[in-house]
Design a protein around this ligand. Structure first.
Ligand SMILES: Cc1cc2nc3c(=O)[nH]c(=O)nc-3n(C[C@H](O)[C@H](O)[C@H](O)COP(=O)(O)OP(=O)(O)OC[C@H]3O[C@@H](n4cnc5c(N)ncnc54)[C@H](O)[C@@H]3O)c2cc1C
Length: 437
């Protein structure tokens, strides 16, 4: 009997799985509960100042090290130079009106020399601190970024002679950006995995910043690809149950049933329990993930006059609530639109959205005095943006105790925190079990 795979969930994991299967000529039906695909990486239309603006649910950053995401984009016909701005590794962090830390990896040097010279010449750290960072980086490289026992990142850094100043200017912002988890509880092992892949070569450290909104970047071209490969994608299909039968599985929404030889469950973790109730052999996955906690990401969009521009597309901010600011004019031609990011839990969650926007406006104006009063603001609070990437977090595998039934999702790619790359890799891995049984 020919294979028919039902992929449940059209986030990056489900989309990557469906694309990988469809490429092999396998019949795929992708079901998503929402009215649009993309899951946690999607665009949102908001109305402000009598106009509809296409924003993202959160500003996403990728890295040159995100090789599977880059391959997926190439497969679906998205040219990197059209879709992503590649920014060679630069960290420019402002504290009020001053530059607190500036690191540039010289583009003319090979890796890792470029990083070492970058740290040697960076501003904001004392000579002693720079030497400690370089020694630490060399030690990590020598041990291939391996750690026998996981421990909270804050303690690990302290044990490796990283001063409070280095932690607050360098490691903490990187940890929040990569793991979306407070440094006091973040997994050192997962952080080192990210460093290992990021510092692999000169281009793996590049930031890749979307030039389009996220749906234009991912879900729309993937839908076109799937259609061209005879796959079916259906929105507003909230799966309620999966029941094994003689030929495979019956996947049921409230109104319809779909027969499948194979199933990939790629729903977000918070929805997983609702889908797997009929599958007692998956209760261990539910138990395994019961201890998961979640972290928010707040994106504060501020629209200034169209000519307002920042010195760079992405800048760090320290000493207040704001952590990063992106100039969507430079990135996506949304001139004068700034996106300020606040990752992980914190004091900002106690403020109303208007209070938060006002505070962020003040912080931006201190750092960039030409940014005065925005024309409008919009706060997007993703309260469960990612799982908390804690020490020794159990991570389920893609294969399950059911034959021909797999799970995918950022939480299943154990090497990585919740990221697009982790989700994409998990989707590809799950589909490879079906392609090469
Ligand atoms: C604000 C924000 C900022 C982020 N920033 C970054 C970043 O800078 N870099 C980065 O790499 N990552 C970032 N991430 C993380 C990244 O977006 C996620 O790790 C990734 O998108 C997760 O994909 P997924 O497919 O695993 O899950 P999801 O995207 O959650 O997809 C699950 C899908 O399942 C569907 N679904 C749920 N229940 C059902 C059901 N019963 N039936 C059918 N369908 C169902 C949902 O509608 C959804 O489409 C960010 C996330 C957020 C929220």
């Amino acid at each position: 009997m020919p294979k028919h795979v039902v992929v449940i969930g059209g986030g990056m994991a489900g989309l990557a799985a469906a694309t990988t299967l469809a490429e092999q000529g396998i019949k795929v039906t992708l079901l998503d509960a929402a009215s649009q695909l993309g899951g946690r990486a999607r665009s949102v239309a908001i109305e402000a100042s009598s106009r509809v603006h296409q924003l993202d649910n959160g500003q996403h950053i990728m890295l040159g090290a995100n090789t599977e995401t880059l391959k997926l984009l190439a497969k679906i016909g998205v040219q990197e130079q059209d879709a992503l701005m590649r920014v060679p590794l630069t960290l420019d962090v402002r504290a009020g009106s001053q530059t607190a830390f500036k690191f540039v990896a010289p583009a003319y040097l090979p890796a890792p020399l470029n990083q070492l010279v970058g740290f040697l010449l960076c501003s904001g750290l004392s000579w002693r601190e720079r030497a400690a960072v370089i020694q630490f980086m060399l030690r990590l490289k020598k041990t291939n970024y391996q750690l026998v026992n996981d421990e909270p990142l804050a303690g690990f850094l302290q044990n490796n002679q990283q001063s409070n100043n280095v932690v607050s200017l360098l490691w903490e912002p990187l940890c929040l950006a990569a793991l979306n988890t407070p440094i006091s509880i973040a997994s050192s092992k997962v952080f080192l995995n990210v460093l290992r892949d990021t510092f692999k070569n000169k281009h793996s450290t590049d930031f890749l910043l979307p030039k389009h909104d996220l749906s234009q970047l991912f879900s729309q071209p993937i839908m076109r690809y799937l259609k061209a490969h005879q796959a079916t994608t259906l929105h507003n299909k909230c799966v309620k149950s999966i029941t094994p039968n003689a030929n495979g599985y019956i996947v049921a929404t409230k109104e319809e049933v779909f027969e499948a030889s194979h199933v990939i469950i790629a729903v977000s973790l918070v929805q997983l329990r609702n889908v797997i109730g009929n599958l007692p052999k998956l209760s261990f996955v539910a138990e395994q993930t019961e201890s998961y906690e979640y972290q928010p990401i707040y994106t504060i969009y501020l629209q200034y006059q169209h000519r307002a521009i920042l010195p760079a597309p992405m800048l760090g901010l320290t000493g207040g609530l704001s952590q990063w600011v992106f100039d969507r004019g430079i990135l996506c031609k949304q001139h004068g639109l700034m996106a300020v990011i606040i990752s992980a839990e914190g004091k900002h969650q106690k403020l109303t959205q208007d209070e938060l926007a006002l505070k962020v406006v003040k912080e931006l104006q201190t750092a960039f005095p030409h940014l005065t009063k925005p024309l409008w603001h919009k706060v997007i609070a993703e309260k469960r943006a990612t799982f908390t990437c804690k020490v020794n977090l159990p991570r389920p595998a893609n294969s399950t105790l059911y034959s021909n039934l797999f799970i995918a999702g950022d939480y299943t790619y154990a090497d990585y925190p919740a990221t697009i790359e982790g989700a994409v890799r998990s989707g590809i891995n799950a589909s490879n079990y079906i392609i090469n049984p």
